[in-house]
Design a protein. Structure first.
Length: 203
């Protein structure tokens, strides 16, 4: 029986692209693997404290860090909603990363979470794809790739819905068809990946 650790970090409880797409992933996962377990943390509704000196000094002996690390280690797969805020990830997600990564315990290519599949829904209001004017402002995928693959040795995959602000910004009205296409593609990807990953881990 596989376990999925699902984290959302979007500030908006409703109308969030990243939340809608992580929900599609979870629905597909549960349909494929109804006996599986989903552990959920809403980092916006229940934010974690920032890492402080006492927690750093205690390392894995710190109760909160031990709890978070145990959740991560127990997960067969991880799903993260990571909308772009000010060109990077929400501070609540950064706090989770700072708390959960314990050097000397779970970091490194041979650590207890190495090889775990991690799917990140990296939504953004505009487009930061290669070749776009703001390509070099993209610090969500670039950062999370380094943290997850480089520090934890996990298998990281991204779903990237773009132009999510098109329907709320008059100056982006001409981009609505592209935004709708990106959202549809992301929802389809989430359903496909959720189903495939559940089948793979339940086999």
């Amino acid at each position: 029986m596989a376990t999925l650790l699902h984290l959302d970090s979007a500030v908006l409880p409703q109308g969030s692209a990243s939340r809608d797409i992580t929900a599609a992933f979870v629905n597909a996962w549960q349909e494929q693997h109804p006996d599986g377990t989903v552990i959920y943390r809403d980092l916006a509704a229940t934010p974690l404290p920032h890492l402080d000196f006492a927690a750093v000094s205690a390392g894995i002996e710190d109760a909160l860090r031990a709890e978070l690390a145990a959740e991560l280690e127990a997960a067969d797969a991880v799903l993260i909603g990571a909308p772009m805020y000010n060109f990077t990830i929400p501070s609540t997600l950064k706090a989770w990363l700072d708390q959960v990564i314990v050097v000397g315990h779970n970091a490194g290519a041979d650590g207890p979470v190495a090889g775990t599949p991690v799917t990140v829904v990296a939504s953004r209001g505009g487009s930061y794809a290669p070749g776009t004017p703001r390509e070099d402002f993209e610090f969500v995928q670039t950062y999370l790739e380094k943290v997850f693959a480089g520090m934890l040795g996990v298998e990281v995959d991204f779903i990237v819905p773009e132009l999510t602000m098109a329907r709320s910004r008059p100056e982006m009205a001409e981009l609505i068809p592209l935004a709708d296409a990106s959202r549809t593609k992301a929802l389809d990807e989430a359903a496909e990946k959720g189903k495939a990953l559940a089948a793979r881990l339940a086999a």
